[in-house]
Write a protein that binds this ligand. Structure first.
Ligand code: DGY
Length: 304
């Protein structure tokens, strides 16, 4: 059995769980044409979020029977194309829930309490001591946390918010449209936890950001394209939003230039699941799906 792994993974995963297979490990940043050359003879692809598994890639890999994504989100994979070819797709839900919720909450605290500005002031050497008017942020207690996409991760963020004395306003995709409007109107902090789908792509544009509470905060640890970054910059510039915490971006790894220099924005390089424990669990889950599949056992987390 031949397996192509799109980026290096934490071990023990490949070396232990796919020991009998011929495994080729790719590196970050190779283009689609190079990927196509590498997958032509493989039976399985172990994919990672920055590497798109497109129709062209699948067409070039006629032997592939399973794509095991080392992520819960599967927006990097052309799922209809996999379905049409009978290629199984799996993901890694559950193990990253708490770590991603932790990071979302870290961003919520960072933007509302102005940690980036405080740190910059201190490191600049310009801080002259405690002042009653200095860098006042916003208290979370008594505020409304809107959760767009209250699945596993959104619900874990909601539990943290309750411990901080916040009122939680969750919205799921089956809710009536009025509830989304109420979310925009009522959230002091709006945290995004929905998957990227055709319905959620661009869900937060000029119109929606304009209907948010003036002076509220937006946090996104889900997928960048859910938010129109240019619209977000405009909302921050106009004071409609008071700050934003972003772990994901519309065109990763690029970040809109209007966000980079802003002191009211905290930017992280897609770190939601980035703990040693969680990244190892994700790698092992993806390897196990491939091993199980080729043993003839059903996948545990099958998406397609
Ligand atoms: C996921 O799992 O979808 C994350 O974005 C990567 O941890």
């Amino acid at each position: 059995m031949r397996i192509y792994v799109t980026q290096p993974l934490p071990e023990p995963s490949l070396g232990e769980l796919l020991a009998g297979a011929t495994v080729q490990v790719g590196e970050s940043g190779i283009g689609e044409d190079e990927l196509i050359r590498r997958v032509s003879e493989v039976d399985a692809i172990l994919s990672t979020p920055p590497v798109p598994i497109t129709t062209r890639v699948l067409d070039a890999a006629p032997r592939v029977r399973i794509v095991a994504n080392c992520a819960v989100g599967t927006d990097n994979i052309d799922l209809p194309a996999c379905r049409a070819r009978g290629v199984v797709v799996t993901n890694t839900p559950g193990v990253l829930t708490e770590a991603t919720a932790d990071l979302a909450f870290a961003l919520i605290l960072a933007v509302t309490r102005r940690l980036r500005e405080g740190e910059a002031l201190l490191r600049s050497g310009a801080w002259t001591g405690w002042k009653p008017l200095e860098l006042r942020g916003v208290s979370l207690e008594g505020k409304v946390l809107g959760i767009y996409g209250a699945g596993r991760i959104g619900s874990a963020v909601a539990r943290r918010a309750a411990a901080f004395g916040m009122t939680v306003f969750p919205v799921v995709d089956t809710d009536p449209p009025e509830r989304f409007e109420d979310l925009l109107r009522s959230a002091d902090v709006l945290s995004i936890h929905a998957p990227l789908t055709p319905e959620t792509r661009g869900r937060f544009g000029d119109a929606e950001l304009g209907r948010m509470k003036r002076g509220s905060f937006l946090v996104n640890t889900a997928r960048g394209p859910i938010v129109d970054e240019a619209a977000l910059v405009r909302a921050l510039e106009s004071g409609q939003l008071r700050g934003a915490g972003l772990d994901v971006f519309q065109n990763e790894p690029k970040v809109h230039s209007g966000l980079v220099g802003r002191p009211d924005v905290v930017l992280l390089p897609h770190l939601g699941s980035a703990t040693e424990e969680v990244r190892l669990s994700m790698a092992r889950m993806a390897c196990e799906e491939i091993a199980r599949f080729f043993r003839g056992d059903p996948p545990v987390n099958r998406v397609v």
